[in-house]
Design a protein. Structure first.
Length: 127
């Protein structure tokens, strides 16, 4: 099955040997997004809520470029350097997702690229 590389200027550019997303058939694999502002490629400043929202905004932009939306997310992975922020992720996630919610994992990690406190990736299934 052919692969389609997904790219948008509305999300941070890949800063390594990866694509923003890869579409295979009706499945889209979203690469991890950290709270980078697409315009400056700098981490968003401010409280943790701003960082979480920026990650969701970045994921949404890539999902849209693939022909979908966050409503098409079947699986979401959340990586946090401090799991005490997980309730805040839940609260903000409710602003971006509605039921039925995607399958999800939350993983505590020692560090993330560029010193970010949160990263998320996911899998979309387009109808």
């Amino acid at each position: 099955m052919p692969r389609e590389i997904i790219h948008t200027d509305k999300a941070p550019q890949a800063i390594g040997t990866y694509s923003q997303a890869v579409k295979v058939g009706s499945t889209v694999y979203l690469s991890g997004q950290i709270p980078l502002l697409p315009e400056t490629m700098q981490l968003v400043e401010g409280e943790m809520a701003a960082q979480i929202r920026q990650v969701f905004d970045n994921l949404a932009a890539v999902a849209e470029a693939a022909g979908g939306s966050l409503a098409d997310v079947a699986k979401l992975n959340i990586f946090l350097t401090d799991l005490s922020h997980f309730p805040l992720v839940n609260e903000i996630m409710a602003e971006y997702f509605s039921q039925p919610y995607p399958a999800r994992a939350a993983i505590g990690v020692a560090a993330l690229p560029k010193g970010a406190a949160v990263e998320m990736d996911g899998v979309l299934e387009l109808a």
